[in-house]
Design a protein around this ligand. Structure first.
Ligand SMILES: [Zn+2]
Length: 131
């Protein structure tokens, strides 16, 4: 049986997918995916994060605020632990994506600096006074 957090075989697997799938499976969570709490109903962006916890409603339910960091939408509602775990996993994946993109940009900048320095050396444009 394929878990909902497992990577789509048609898409390259995300590095955190295996880890998150393993954690969810070990915790015995159901195979049905909770509502996508990260998706903002106002702006349709994936920028919703947990806000203030208002109340523990039951052993596995919390009344808390969800806030969209993009448009400011917010809503206080009761959510089950499984929904919040799904949101936390989605946030972890989004954070990993941001870090990966940051690393890609950093590497591209480093490569560009090396190419510029190399071109400057070949053109004898680097002088001792540059250091
Ligand atoms: Zn929004």
């Amino acid at each position: 049986m394929r878990h909902e957090l497992a990577p789509d075989p048609a898409v390259a697997p995300h590095p955190l997918d295996a880890l998150l799938t393993g954690e969810a499976g070990a915790a015995g969570h159901s195979q049905t995916r909770a509502p996508d709490l990260q998706l903002c109903p106002a702006c349709c962006g994936r920028f919703v994060v947990p806000g203030e916890v208002h109340e523990v409603v039951a052993q596995t339910r919390l009344r808390l605020e969800l806030v969209c960091t993009a448009c400011g939408w917010s809503k206080v509602d009761v959510h089950h632990d499984e929904e919040l775990i799904e949101l936390e996993c989605d946030l972890d994946l989004a954070f990993a994506d941001v870090l990966s993109l940051l690393e890609t940009i950093w590497l591209a900048n480093e490569e560009e600096q090396i190419l510029r320095f190399s071109a400057a050396l070949e053109a004898d444009a680097i002088l001792p006074s540059d250091f």
